[in-house]
Design a protein around this ligand. Structure first.
Ligand code: GRG
Length: 339
C-alpha cells in the first residue's frame, strides 16, 4: 500500500453537477463593477491580469458582449507607460512583464491591436532579456521562467518574435529542467506545474519542443498525470499539496502540449471542477466550499474546455498555450508547436 495522499473530501452526492453559465457571467460582471469593496482595493497590484481573467472567461462562455469594452480599453491605455513601452497592473504602478502580457492579450481579444506601439513594446521586452537568456520581470531584477513565457507570448501576439535572442532564451529554459522531467522558476528550483506550463508554452511558441527527448517527455507527462488525486479527482501543482482548480489549467494545458491529455481521468476532474462552483453567487473557487474568484473561474472553465466536456456552443475552444479563445488565435494565424 502506498503513502496516503493529501486530499480534500468531496461529498459528490451533494455537490453541484451542472455548469452554472448564467451565474458565472453575472459573478464576473459584478466583480468588475464592485469598486468599493475591500477585495477591489486590495488587488490593485494585479488588476490588469484580473481583467484578462474576467474577459477571457466571458469570451469562452460566449458573453464578452456583456461588458463595457470601451471602459476596459480606456483603462488599459491609462496603464501604458510610455517611458518604458510596458504596461502596469493599474495606473501609477510600475510596468511589469506579467501585466504587459495581460494588456496585450486584452487588446488582441478586443480587436484593438492598433493601439499597441509595437516598436516601444519590442524594445521594452528586449531590454529585459539578460546575458544568460533569462528575463527579468521589471527593473527590480527578479528572474523567473514565467517572465520568459510572458516575453515570447507578447512578441508572438504582435508577430515580432525575432526581437529577442531565441537561442539564449531557450538555453535558459532548458537549464531549468529537473531530473524528474519538470521545470522550476530558475535553475535548480523545484518542479511546479505552473512553471512547467510556462516552460512548455515557451518551447511551443518558439517551436523548440524537440529539445525534449522522448524519455523526458514521457517522464514529464507521467509527473503531470500524477498530479491527479484519487479521491477528489482534482489536480495539485506538486507532490504532497492539496488539489486546486487552477491546476486544471496549468497541468492539462501542459499535457495538451505534450499530446498526453488522455492520461488524466477526465470524468473525475470535470466533477471536481463542477463541485468547486458556488451555486449561490456563481464563480469557481480553488476547491469545493471555498470563496470563488475570477482567477479560479477562468482556469476552471478553461480546463473544462480542454477536457471537451461541453459542446463548443456552450464553452468555446481555448488555445492551450496562450489561454485565449482558439478562434482569435486562428484568425491571427498564430502558429505554435503541439506534440
Ligand atoms: C496567459 C495563462 C497565462 C499565464 C501567464 C503568469 C503566468 C504566465 C503563469 C503562472 C504560472 C504559475 C506559476 C501558476 C501557479 C499559480 C499558483 C496557484 C501558485 C501557488 O503556489 P503555491 O506554492 O501553491 O502557493 P501550491 O498549490 O503549490 O500549494
Amino acid at each position: 500500500m502506498g503513502t496516503p495522499q493529501r486530499d480534500v473530501k468531496v461529498n459528490y452526492s451533494e455537490v453541484q453537477k451542472d455548469l452554472l453559465i448564467e451565474k458565472h457571467c453575472a459573478f464576473l460582471i459584478g466583480y468588475g463593477r464592485s469598486h468599493n469593496t475591500y477585495e477591489y482595493g486590495a488587488t490593485d497590484y494585479l488588476r490588469m491580469s484580473g481583467i484578462y481573467w474576467l474577459c477571457t472567461c466571458l469570451d469562452l462562455l460566449h458573453s464578452l458582449k456583456l461588458i463595457d469594452q470601451e471602459h476596459i480599453i480606456d483603462y488599459i491605455q491609462k496603464c501604458y507607460d510610455k517611458n518604458s513601452g510596458g504596461y502596469s497592473p493599474c495606473p501609477n504602478h510600475d510596468p511589469h512583464l506579467l501585466y504587459t502580457l495581460s494588456a496585450v492579450q486584452l487588446l488582441v481579444q478586443l480587436n484593438r491591436t492598433d493601439l499597441i506601439d509595437k516598436q516601444s513594446l519590442c524594445s521594452y521586452i528586449k531590454q529585459l532579456q539578460q546575458d544568460d537568456g533569462s528575463f527579468i520581470g521589471d527593473q527590480w531584477g527578479e528572474i523567473d521562467t514565467r517572465f520568459s513565457f510572458c516575453a515570447v507570448a507578447c512578441l508572438k501576439l504582435i508577430d515580432s518574435l525575432d526581437t529577442i535572442d531565441i537561442d539564449r532564451a531557450t538555453n535558459f529554459i532548458m537549464s531549468c529542467l529537473n531530473f524528474d522531467g519538470g521545470f522550476g522558476c530558475i535553475p535548480g528550483a523545484e518542479s511546479h506545474a505552473g512553471q512547467i506550463y510556462c516552460c512548455l508554452g515557451f518551447l511551443s511558441l518558439v517551436q523548440r519542443l524537440d529539445n525534449l527527448d522522448l524519455s523526458t517527455r514521457n517522464m514529464l507527462a507521467w509527473w503531470l498525470c500524477e498530479r491527479q488525486l484519487d479521491k477528489s479527482g482534482g489536480l495539485n501543482g506538486r507532490p504532497e499539496k492539496l488539489p486546486d482548480v487552477c491546476y486544471s489549467w496549468w497541468v492539462l494545458a501542459s499535457l495538451k502540449i505534450l499530446g498526453k491529455i488522455q492520461w488524466i481521468n477526465r470524468e473525475k476532474l470535470s466533477k471536481f471542477i463542477l463541485a468547486s462552483q458556488d451555486d449561490e453567487t456563481g464563480g469557481c473557487s480553488d476547491r469545493p466550499g471555498n470563496i470563488p474568484d475570477p482567477f479560479h473561474t477562468l482556469f476552471g472553465i478553461a480546463g473544462l474546455s480542454l477536457l471537451n466536456t461541453y459542446d463548443e456552443n456552450i464553452i468555446r475552444k481555448v488555445n492551450p498555450v496562450l489561454c485565449m479563445p482558439e478562434y482569435i488565435i486562428q484568425k491571427l494565424e498564430i502558429k505554435m508547436q503541439l506534440l
